[in-house]
Design a protein around this ligand. Sequence first.
Ligand code: P6P
Length: 334
Amino acid sequence: MGKLITLGEHIVKNQDKFPYATGELTALLSGIKLASKVVNSEINKAGLVDEIIGQEGQTNIQGEDQQKLDVYANRIFKEALGARAVVCGLASEEEDDYVAYESEVCQNGSYIILIDPLDGSSNIDVNVSIGTIFCVYRRISEPGQPAELNDFLQKGREIVAAGYVVYGSSTMIVMSTGQGVHGYTFDPSIGVFFLSHENLRIPDNGKIYSVNEGNFPFFDENIRNYLKHCKEYDPASNRPYTSRYIGSLVSDFHRNLIKGGIYLYPATSHKPKGKLRLLYECNPMAFLIEQAGGLATDGVQDILDIKPTELHQRCPLILGSKNMVNELKRFLAD
Ligand code: P6P
C-alpha cells in the first residue's frame, strides 16, 4: 500500500530542514498549488471552449503572440500569490516589468517569485503538454517597502525553491526546496496533489538528446559536431542516441529527468543568446537538475552562477545527465 501523503503535508514534513523554517514558504507553495489547480481546469477545457484557445491578439515583451491561456494563467498565479501576503513581488514572462505588490501585508513578505506562467503555450491548440515554471528567492530589499529590481536579479545559486507544473497526460508538480526533487501527481477526482515521485534523481547516463534540429545550420561548429556524434553508429558507446523533442521545455525536461538525457537550446547565428530566458526558465530548471544530480550550463559557466542584469535576458541552455553534459562540454572545449 503506497503512502498517501499530500503535497501540503510533504512540504510541512520537510519544512524543518528548510533553512528559513517559516510557514511563509509553505503558504507561498500553497498558492502555487491552488493556482495550478485552477489553470489545470481551464487547460483541460481548452479543446472545448472557443474563447479560451487562440491568441489574445497582443504580444508580450518577447514579441511572442500571447495565447489567451498565457494571459489567464499569469493573472491566476499573480492573484493567488498576492492573496497570501508572503510574496512582495512577482516577475513574469507575461509582464513587461516586475510587479511590486502594493498591500502593506505583501510588502512585509519575505519572498519574491519569478514565473513563466504557461511555457510552451504555442502547443495549446494542438493538445501537446505545456507547463508552468517558477522559482522563489528571499527578498534582499528592506521588508515593509515595495520590492525592488535587485530582488529579481539574484544569481540562481540564491534560489530557495523552484519547480514546474506539467499539464500532461496527468498533471504533476515537480519541485525542490533544496532538499532533493519530489513529484506530486494531481488526483482530479478529489482535487489533491499526492506525493508520487520522492527524491527524483536524473540518471548519470542517458541516450536521449533533445534539440530543435531545424536550427542545425545556425549552431556553431562545436555544437554541430556534437550532434553528428549523437547520430554516429557506435554500439560500444551506446550510439546513436535517441532524438526526442516535444518543443515544450517542461515536457522535454520531465522526460529526461525520469529517463536520463540532455536538453540543449544553444546560441544560434540569429539568436546569439539562445531563446530561453535566464530568470524564469533556465535558472529554475538548472536548480532542479542540480538538486537531482545533473548539470546545467550555458556552455561557458554553470547557469546558476550567471549574474543576471535584465529581467527578460536570454541565455543558451544545456542541461541533463551529468555524463552527457560533460561529454558535450568536451566538444565545446575543442
Ligand atoms: P523552438 C516554448 O516556446 C519554449 O520556450 C520551450 O518550452 C521550448 O523548449 C522551446 O521554446 C521551443 O523552441 O524554437 O524549438 O520552437
